[in-house]
Design a protein around this ligand. Structure first.
Ligand code: GLP
Length: 257
């Protein structure tokens, strides 16, 4: 009697004659299964020992493939529980000026924050320069870990020109949108932003507050947000988003068509 073969039995075998390293081939095989939907989010992967046997490769090869898949956000390894397929990454558009809260709600996720610090600053030449503020202006520094369904997604440090939002340092931003508060409480409508994007690796602090491994690739975004006049800067933000949970999306057009 022949039973339906397990998906793992139909697994492509790594090619020992290929110039590609074995760990890389194994990684690509597992990645194809995840991207092709053969392995679903939260599904458990075979153990390291099982993978060694299934693919007839060394434990080192299996480990290297798993480390890279984890760093790229395809799998998660939980101490003592095993290896699981990760949730698909969130797709973040780059062209619209939206808040974290709006982005999460649009995806059906519950936005939240863990407020790490709030402080009033003055005499900060760097901020005066960036925000084109008067030399004696005060700023409010708000540092938050942003959460989606309670999962840490990003570390955001916002600097606000206090003259536009006096007293904002008293507000608890655990369950509140900064942009919505600027609108409803202060009548401040942000209308335009300049943003840069670069890659960095999670440092000790980011790894600690975001509960990720040090060295995980991250997206670092710096944003200067202006009023609708596109000239008056209100906010300067440094955000560090988890590279294993976000992919960036943009649309391209052929010029002149
Ligand atoms: C995004 C942006 C930040 C901005 C934040 C406001 O995450 N990257 O620059 O400060 O949204 O979010 P919220 O209004 O949810 O506090």
């Amino acid at each position: 009697m022949s039973s339906e073969p397990e998906p793992w039995e139909r697994t492509l075998i790594v090619n020992r004659n290929s110039p590609l390293p074995l760990y890389y081939q194994l990684k690509e095989i597992l990645k194809a299964k995840i991207e092709g939907g053969k392995l679903k989010p939260h599904e458990r992967l075979p153990s390291e020992t099982e993978l060694v046997q299934l693919f007839q490769v060394s434990r080192m090869t299996v480990r290297q493939a798993l480390v890279e898949l984890e760093n790229e956000g395809f799998i998660r390894r939980r101490q003592g529980q095993g290896t699981f397929v990760a949730e698909p990454k969130l797709r973040q558009g780059l062209l619209r000026l939206t808040s974290f809260t709006e982005d999460m709600e649009a995806r059906g996720l519950r936005p939240g924050a863990r407020v790490l610090a709030v402080e009033v600053l003055s005499g900060e030449e760097e901020l005066v320069r960036r925000l084109k503020a008067a030399p004696d202006e005060q700023f409010v520094r708000l540092e938050r870990v942003r959460l989606a369904d309670a999962e840490p997604m990003a570390l955001e440090i916002s600097f606000l020109r206090r003259k536009f939002c006096p007293g904002i340092e008293e507000i608890d931003f655990t369950d509140r949108s900064l942009y919505e508060t600027l609108r409803s409480r202060y009548g401040i409508y942000l209308g335009w932003a300049e943003q840069t994007l670069e890659v960095k690796l999670a440092d000790d602090y980011e790894a600690d507050v975001l509960k990720v491994k040090k060295g995980l690739p991250m997206w670092r975004m710096e944003r200067l947000t202006y009023l609708e006049d596109r000239a008056t800067a209100v906010e300067y933000v440094c955000s560090t988003y988890r590279g294993d949970r976000y992919k960036l999306y943009t649309e391209l057009e052929v010029r002149g068509r």
